[in-house]
Design a protein around this ligand. Structure first.
Ligand SMILES: CC(C)(COP(=O)(O)OP(=O)(O)OC[C@H]1O[C@@H](n2cnc3c(N)ncnc32)[C@H](O)[C@@H]1OP(=O)(O)O)[C@@H](O)C(=O)NCCC(=O)NCCS
Length: 573
């Protein structure tokens, strides 16, 4: 499970067009975060990394649906307005990276968050990372380094809460070196007024079944560690706690690096915190270097699953797709023998691409998508390429690979292109405050005026593509109705707009698949891959037929061929 962030959370970046926002959006996405767009006032309509940019969070929500998390790469003086805008637009977790946010602003944000049932991390936070799943903020830097440093908390891990940004990463790194897996690392931020504090995050770890123990990098100043001790005493936090408290040498009134790390009026001392935590049974180490060993000791006693084996510790790279052990194969964590016979191929494709199993209806919809594209006659480039190569005496793999190699932007690529065009239409409608029909009308007028083409609409052969109606019916059964499925609704609006011009151009199978996959939240970068997966059986059939029925090096006429298979028949006959 992990806490606060995982790959299922929809994330936007406020300040995405700025220096850090742009760079970090890219890094977060590389790590697996589901970044769906960004916001910068005055820059709505632009794209960053192919993601839509909106003028306001409200417009982003209108176009993209509810947003779980917004991470703000907005300079300190502008954080107040940006955070309140996000909370008022319904975002339930806001991550405030900026340094030097005025204390009064942080208090006002806290007030607003409380009113709206939202939370925030920071200000002055490096962010939150659930290793192997997703990150918000800047923890871990490049995806490769983050993957190498922090060991994914699968099947279990320790939760880390830190008051220092740099030490969040160091704590995660040294625990990883000692073979300790991590569920989530949360840097609560270094300021005096914070959103989520150590005790709040500890309660989340307590409730998280994946977290076996809690590691704290504390500091002098504030009452966060003492409040945590109170929660332990009250029986509200029961998981083992291993802590290090920085700032032992600091004198009263001296700020210890962070704004919140200051002893005032004899409160928040190093000795007081150590005593409070030890008094409730927590292990508090004297030096930071002792933290990994102490954590390993606790985990050994616990007999939990957060400790890695020697082989896992020595691994130089990781994959989150499959795990092979003697007599066991796990795909995205599920035993393959258990999946076999219980989930359909479509559901398994969804699982391997997204990391999670779909509902039964979405699995059926995925099957529908794969079946719809299994073949489309002998004339598409992939079939001609595969048959032509097969006729030269090439092997099955060479011939099928040639067919696959022809699946590109203009063959199968309409799925992704259409999804992106519909996404832009939604963004434009949100920005201009238009209904989908108004925005689609404007889009179709533009297309007509410029002579441009839109992918996913119209077909060379079919005026009423039989596959499209069936896919939309399956999408409906899966709960992707026009009301909830925004891309499907946009596709329908474009269809209506074309019909209104007197020259109807119905959505075709590629457009339907693009709209549905976008509404299912799949990454557009895999759309062409889904088409390849679907078309491969058809290519194998064509290549085998070419090899067994036809003469080598024949002239393949792309048009003049006839069908001699069984007559069209109903299922069950
Ligand atoms: C937040 C911070 C990273 C931003 O730095 P930056 O990316 O260099 O700043 P930029 O000016 O390039 O970008 C900020 C963007 O926010 C945008 N912005 C301003 N107000 C906004 C708002 N209300 N909503 C959305 N975006 C907004 C700006 O327009 C700008 O985008 P633009 O350049 O396209 O106009 C920086 O101010 C900071 O605080 N750095 C320290 C972070 C840190 O160390 N944190 C603690 C870790 S332990």
């Amino acid at each position: 499970m992990a806490i606060l962030i995982d790959e299922t959370k929809k994330v936007i970046v406020q300040g995405i067009t700025g220096r850090e926002g742009r760079a970090r959006a890219s890094l977060m996405r590389d790590y697996g975060t589901n970044v769906v767009g960004g916001v910068t006032p005055g820059k709505g309509g632009q794209e960053v990394l192919g993601l839509p940019v909106f003028d306001t969070v409200g417009q982003a929500v209108a176009a993209l649906g509810p947003i779980d998390i917004s991470v703000l790469f907005v300079p300190a003086s502008l954080v107040h307005d940006a955070a309140i805008e996000a909370i008022e637009a319904g975002v339930k977790l806001v991550v405030l990276v900026a340094d030097r946010v005025p204390v009064w602003d942080a208090m006002a944000i806290a007030d607003c968050a409380k009113k709206h049932g939202a939370s925030f991390v920071g200000p002055n936070t490096l962010g939150v990372i659930s290793p192997g799943r997703a990150v918000v903020g800047m923890i871990g830097g490049r995806a490769e380094s983050a993957r190498a440093w922090f060991k994914a908390g699968n099947p279990a891990g320790v939760g880390i809460i830190s008051r220092s940004g740099g030490m969040s990463s160091s704590t995660g790194y040294y625990l990883g070196q000692a073979g300790v897996r991590i569920s989530t690392i949360c840097h609560v931020g270094g300021d005096a007024v914070l959103g989520l504090r150590i005790p709040d995050v500890a309660l989340m770890f307590e409730a998280d079944p994946q977290t076996e123990a809690i590691v704290i990098f504390g500091e002098i100043g504030s009452s966060q560690e003492e409040d945590l001790a109170d929660l332990v005493r009250a029986g509200k936090v029961t998981k083992p706690i291993i802590a290090y408290i920085g700032g032992k040498a600091a004198k009263e009134g001296t700020r210890f690096s962070h704004a919140g790390a200051i002893i005032e009026g004899g409160k928040g001392t190093h000795a007081g915190k150590v005593e409070a935590l030890r008094g409730v049974g927590a292990i508090v180490v004297e030096s930071f270097g002792g933290l990994p060993e102490a954590t390993v000791g606790v985990l050994r006693k616990l007999g939990g699953k957060s400790l890695m084996t020697e082989a896992e510790k020595n691994a130089v790279w990781t994959t989150a797709v499959t795990k092979i052990e003697p007599n066991r194969v796990a795909v995205r964590g599920y035993d393959i023998a258990e999946l076999m016979g219980h989930v359909s191929f479509g559901a398994a494709v969804y699982l391997i691409l997204t990391g999670g199993l779909p509902t039964a209806a979405i699995g059926k919809l995925m099957d529908g998508i794969l079946v719809s594209s299994i073949d489309h006659g002998a004339t598409p480039p992939s079939c001609l390429a595969a048959r032509t190569v097969a006729s030269t005496g090439a092997s099955l793999s060479q011939s099928v690979a040639s067919g696959i190699a022809s699946i590109n932007r203009h063959h199968g690529g309409a799925i992704e292109d259409c999804a992106r065009a519909l996404g832009k239409l939604l963004a434009d409608a949100g920005k201009a405050g238009q209904t989908l029909d108004e925005a689609a009308g404007a889009m179709v007028a533009d297309i007509k005026a410029s002579g441009a083409r839109i992918s996913g609409f119209g077909h060379r052969i079919h005026t009423k593509d039989p596959r499209t109606a069936r896919l939309f019916a399956l999408a409906d059964e899966a709960g992707l109705t026009e009301g909830s499925a925004r891309h499907v609704a946009a596709a329908r609006a474009v269809e209506r707009a074309f019909a209104a011009t007197g020259k109807p151009l119905p959505v075709n199978v590629d457009g339907a698949i693009g709209a549905i996959l976008a509404d299912l939240g799949l990454d557009p970068r895999v759309f062409n891959g889904i088409f390849m997966i679907a078309r491969t059986p058809g290519l194998v059939a064509h290549v085998t037929e070419e090899q067994t029925r036809e003469k080598p090096m024949r002239r393949i006429d792309p048009v003049n061929h006839a069908y001699d298979g069984p007559p069209v028949r109903a299922l069950g006959t």
